[in-house]
Design a protein around this ligand. Structure first.
Ligand code: F6P
Length: 326
């Protein structure tokens, strides 16, 4: 394989806290290895539009603590087409790039894999998403920060829930996965957690809340993953009302607040470690892998595996929610 002299880096899909820390780590490690680095703006859209900018050590200064992504991000429709990917390839060659680092989630890696198949261009991925739904890494960059954001919000909601003796359905992100709901639900002491991976029985939930009432527990926090099969928090509340009007129920949808903010210590650390490992993987001739961390060890996971396998939710953790509320 030809010697790698210049790499490109982009962020794609939903932004996540720690993406900037990952960009900084990739750029600084690459420069340390005497590679040149180009930043690509707005993810795969920037590849297609030839939006490349040279990156220096200084250009990634003072960003490690900032949420979002200085390279901007997008969900590119055009990269889903062969013509779009062909243009992207031309622009990578035009800019004399020998490899690409992509930071994003599942969709980003699917795009990367098809691009590699078509153009045999080396790509290394970093798992950047708050959803933590990627197979091949214990935690994704941004997940820990999102959990902390949820917990901070729920702690506040709990004050009013307790004062007014209300039940709050708090809807969190995660697309079709329940990792944010489950992990933050345990951490904030939620009375119940509803996730897409497990069928939700609203009658059972109603009985559970009635039982709490009988034990003089007059307020509750129910964490609802946005992709839950029973619907979003608003429709769950409406369904619950059909069983009776004994509860005072409210809904809070946390929304995009979960995607913002400075990365936690863990996310800054994870992003930095994985960013360095991404450059090492490129120099080691890796052409189609995601860098993850499993049991505190950095691992290279082929895109094929991250895409093919589904990261399962640990149902034992759901039982913990019940045990801690019994
Ligand atoms: O994948 C991250 C995520 O925040 C999901 O949790 C959510 O479903 C989705 O992105 C929202 O995307 P958008 O910001 O494009 O509406």
């Amino acid at each position: 394989m030809a010697k790698i002299k210049k790499i490109a880096i982009l962020t794609s899909g939903g932004d996540s806290p720690g993406m900037n820390a990952a960009i900084r780590a990739v750029v600084r490690k690459a420069l340390h290895e005497n590679l040149k680095v180009m930043g690509v703006l707005r993810g795969y859209e920037g590849l297609i539009n030839n939006d490349f900018i040279p990156m220096s050590s200084k250009s990634v200064g003072n960003i490690i603590q900032r949420g979002g992504t200085i390279l901007k991000t997008a969900r590119s429709e055009r990269f889903l087409t062969q013509e779009g990917r062909a243009l992207a390839y031309e622009n990578l060659l035009k800019n004399k790039c020998d490899a690409l680092v992509v930071i994003g989630g599942d969709g980003t890696f699917k795009g990367a894999r098809i691009f590699i198949e078509e153009h045999s261009f080396p790509i290394v991925g970093l798992p950047g998403t708050i959803d933590n739904d990627l197979y091949g890494t214990d935690m994704t960059i941004g997940f820990d920060t999102a959990l902390n954001t949820v917990i901070e919000a729920v702690d506040k909601i709990r004050d009013t829930a307790a004062s007014h003796e209300r039940i709050f359905f708090v809807e969190v992100m995660g697309r079709d996965a329940g990792f944010i709901a489950l992990r933050s639900g345990i951490a904030c002491g939620a009375e119940a957690v509803l996730v897409p991976e497990v069928l939700t029985d609203l009658k059972e939930l109603h009985d559970q809340l009635t039982n709490y009432m009988s034990k003089k527990k007059t307020s509750s926090i129910i964490l609802v993953a946005e992709g839950d099969d029973a619907g979003g928090a608003f429709s769950i509340k409406s369904e619950m009302e059909k069983y009776g009007d004994e509860f005072d129920m409210k809904v809070t949808v946390l929304g995009h607040i979960q995607r913002g903010g400075s990365p936690t210590a863990y996310d800054g650390y994870l992003a930095s470690r994985l960013g360095v490992a991404a450059v090492e993987a490129i120099l080691d001739d890796q052409r189609s892998v995601m860098i993850g961390m499993i049991n505190r060890q950095v691992v290279n996971v082929p895109f094929n595996q991250t895409i093919k396998h589904h990261k399962d939710i640990d149902e034992e953790l759901l039982k913990i929610v019940d045990v801690l509320n019994s």
